[in-house]
Design a protein around this ligand. Structure first.
Ligand code: ADP
Length: 368
């Protein structure tokens, strides 16, 4: 296992492109960390700097307290799994697993033992004599993971390892990788653009935005319930959080009449500001409450999913400006398309962001 620490790590490519800005983080022994964000936000670059495949332009990177910027890739105690499985097509599963060890000149007995043990963990024992073309995508990915696992490293790096699999296989492999992590315990850094993957697998998530800027680092719970800015609020969660933009007038959201005092520490400080009033689709309830906002909407479309209905609606302000929202309601309460739909959002489920800085406006709300 290994502890990692980044201090103001930056990456500027030779062509001048600044791909990662001031990356700061400490990763504990055995943690499972996901780097998540849209394509091109610098996730792979960060992973490749950890692997030693890419120079660190400035800043410090420590492995177990030792400055490791200049350490060669092979001395870092890492194994990497890529999106493309990179299996040797003409070698069997056994030979693919054994390949690295054979190159290192390890005894055949020891190799046999390690291959069998790794195959057992990954459920590949019955497939050792097969060739990659005789395996499913999920099995190929397991072999790729096995090849990394067999080397008994302290740091596991994975770059979108599930993106070539279909939806069902991805769900299965997600839990398999988690189980492997639990039994092996290696510090794992996992790159994905899929927020669901990040939410379900990580101890902590690093949300990155294009340009290589870290937006927030936290547990899945923290990111979901306490997003620090609009980007994280909109990125984590599916369907995404609803945003209603407006100006603060007399402590209220102008044109909507929502009293902002219950959700802001110092409402005077935001008078006249442009803000974003936000709530998650599933925060919506029916009925009346003194500790909730009442919103009126017009239903555009409903989608019955079984356990819930997604309601696509518009909320209109006094000036006629419309905002699209998505609401999750109990299927038994599904409103009719075209009808007026009144719902409530509890204060503890409402968020307010500064439109200009995109940061959350301070409050003391405990969201439970
Ligand atoms: P992600 O993994 O989040 O999709 P990457 O880390 O691969 O993003 O890339 C981040 C940014 O750096 C992208 O805009 C990409 O085009 C750019 N980039 C990646 N590799 C190089 C390179 N060798 N030279 C110049 N720019 C690069």
């Amino acid at each position: 296992m290994a502890q990692l620490k980044f201090v103001d790590v930056n990456k500027v490519y030779p062509n001048g492109y600044h791909a990662v800005h001031d990356f700061n983080m400490e990763i504990k022994d055995g943690e499972f960390i996901c780097l998540v964000g849209d394509s091109g936000c610098g996730k792979s670059t960060t992973l490749r700097m950890i692997a030693g495949l890419e120079d660190i332009t400035s800043g410090e990177f420590y492995i177990d307290g030792v400055l490791s910027n200049q350490k060669s890739s092979r001395d870092r105690g890492i194994a990497m799994v890529f999106q493309s499985y990179a299996l040797y097509p003409h070698l069997t599963v056994y030979e693919n697993l054994a390949f690295g060890l054979t190159l290192e000149g390890i005894d055949a007995d020891v190799i046999e033992e390690k291959v069998q043990a790794t195959a057992k963990i990954l459920g590949l024992t019955d497939y050792l004599e097969r060739f990659p073309r005789q395996l499913s995508g999920g099995q190929c990915q397991r072999v790729a993971v096995g090849r990394a696992l067999i080397r008994k490293v302290n740091i596991f790096l994975m770059d979108e390892p599930l993106s070539n699999l279909d939806a069902k296989q991805r769900v299965t492999m997600r839990s398999e990788i988690k189980q492997i992590h639990r039994s092996v315990g290696a510090t794992t850094i996992y790159v994905t653009h899929d927020q669901t993957e990040a939410m379900t697998m990580s101890d902590r998530i690093v949300v990155m935005k294009s340009g290589g800027y870290v937006q927030q680092i936290g547990t899945p719970f923290e990111l979901y319930f306490y997003p620090q800015n609009l980007f994280v609020a909109g990125f984590i969660g599916e369907p995404p959080m609803n945003f209603i933009r407006g100006v603060v007038e007399d402590g209220k959201l102008k044109g909507y009449g929502y009293d902002l005092k219950p959700i802001v520490k110092n409402v005077k400080a935001i008078e006249g500001k442009e803000v974003v009033f936000a709530f998650r689709p599933e925060a919506v309830k029916l009925g009346k409450s003194k500790t909730a906002y009442t919103l009126n909407s017009v239903v555009e479309l409903t989608e019955l999913l079984g356990d819930t209905t997604n309601v696509y609606a518009t909320v209109e302000n006094e000036d006629g400006a419309k905002t699209n929202v998505i609401l999750k309601v109990n299927p038994h309460d599904t409103p009719k398309m075209g009808s007026n739909f009144r719902f409530i959002v509890p204060y503890k489920s409402a968020y307010l962001f500064d439109s200009e800085t995109e940061q959350i406006i301070e409050n003391d709300i405990v969201r439970k």
